[in-house]
Design a protein around this ligand. Structure first.
Ligand code: FMN
Length: 385
């Protein structure tokens, strides 16, 4: 354990090792955005600009990091974000990350495009599990997936609304990154020169979209199945569709991918229980603003009681504190869970969560902050502090 702590003291250390261990075409898929990747960079840089003002008279030696959402208290105010194809990025990572989230008592969001099914992950994460839903444009399949999620034990549905149309991610186009990947000399060479990744594929098998495989046309190839997924998972979720989903899902409903304040208010008035302010890790629209830039207005307009989560660029416990100071109730963290799994293996998720907790604890203690709800009072607003 001492060895892991010294080798991987922070997310950057894990990211550097992951870059060495992952073949380029999967690593590019993980880290990339689209266009000039300004939104990916802005997610990181906007957050680094957020300053917090410490105060030393208050006694906060044992800060309380717990966060309560929908009546459940979690040990820390951050969650594992949904990551499609995580089982291809680092084969076999999904079950250990889910176990780590449950053991550390933080929320775990399983993607519709995960490689392990809700029936497998649901029982592992129990009450800490949320299911991320991309509704298909086939009502019978949609109804069945909602029933399955409830049966698998999920009580919170995260409805992602920000992938209405296929995007052009140039790195993936150049790399031939598709499902299945194009196996030309270049990709085969990348696989051959990254034996740890290749060994994991051999051990865990070629990953499939397990949440969607029950609906594949019978007898098709992996390519035909992927084409089917691409076809059924397209289109905007309009008001009528949203109302139908709200009616069908009896648990809590969070809408993920909201950036516009006016639209956020509309989702709430249409029955959403909360929002996740997100630009999808900078992967959908290169001109999209960051959660950091939208959060203060969201909180101001929607009020103190609204449930507002956020993500994009969170790489440390300090970054968690920054997002909370800007007004989020809880944040989601995506890419770092793959960095950790690739760098460390099955213990990666648990190591990452331990570090994030330790960093957040140290940040709160340094600020003089007793509870996560107090963090907004430590936001430094420059001249007007
Ligand atoms: C490889 C990858 C796959 C993703 N897949 C999904 C997904 O299936 N569903 C979803 O709602 N968001 C998905 N996202 C977005 C993340 O949930 C999250 O919003 C984003 O990664 C947060 O930014 P961060 O990676 O900087 O923490 C994905 C992001 C990445 C990097």
């Amino acid at each position: 354990m001492r060895d892991i702590n010294r080798r991987f003291a922070c997310v950057d250390d894990m990211q550097a090792e992951a870059a060495r261990r992952m073949p380029r075409f999967v690593h590019d898929y993980l880290i990339g955005g689209l266009g000039r990747e300004s939104a990916v960079r802005r997610n990181l840089s906007d957050l680094q600009e957020v300053q917090l003002l410490p105060r030393y008279l208050s006694e906060a030696d044992r800060p309380d990091m717990s966060a309560t959402l929908f009546g459940k208290t979690y040990a820390a105010p951050f969650a594992v974000a949904p990551l499609g194809l995580a089982g291809l990025l680092w084969p076999g990572c999904e079950v250990p990350v889910a176990r780590a989230a449950a053991a550390h008592d933080i929320p775990h969001v399983l993607s519709t495009f995960a490689n392990r099914s809700m029936e497998t992950i649901g029982p592992i994460v129990g009450e800490n599990g949320w299911f991320q839903f991309y509704p298909p444009n086939d009502p019978a399949m949609e109804a069945d997936m909602i029933r399955r999620a409830a049966r698998a034990g999920y009580r919170t549905l995260v409805l992602t609304v920000d992938i209405p149309a296929p995007t052009r991610r140039e790195r993936d186009i150049r790399n031939g990154m598709s499902v299945p990947p194009i196996l030309d000399m270049r990709t085969l060479w990348q696989i051959a020169t990254h034996p740890q990744w290749a060994r994991h594929v051999l051990r865990h098998g070629i990953p499939d979209f397990e949440n969607l495989s029950p609906y594949y046309p019978a007898g098709g190839s992996l390519r035909q199945s992927a084409q089917f997924v691409g076809r059924v998972m397209q289109g905007h979720i309009g008001r009528e569709h949203f109302a139908r989903l709200r009616e069908a899902w009896k648990g809590q409903l969070l809408v993920k991918g909201v950036l516009d304040v006016g639209e956020a208010a509309q989702y709430l008035s249409l029955g959403a229980d909360g929002l996740i302010v997100s630009n999808h890790g900078g992967r959908q629209l290169d001109a999209a603003p960051t959660a950091v830039s939208m959060l203060p207005a969201m909180r101001r307009e929607l009020g103190a009681e609204a449930i507002i989560l956020a993500d994009g660029g969170v790489r440390s416990g300090l970054d968690v504190a920054r997002m909370l100071a800007l007004g989020a109730n809880l944040v989601l963290i995506g890419r770092p869970f793959v960095f950790a799994s690739a760098a460390i293996g099955a213990d990666g998720g648990q190591h990452l969560i331990s570090i994030l907790k330790a960093e957040l604890f140290a940040t709160m203690a340094q600020l003089g902050c007793n509870s996560v709800g107090e963090l907004p009072s430590f936001l430094y607003r420059g001249g007007q502090a």
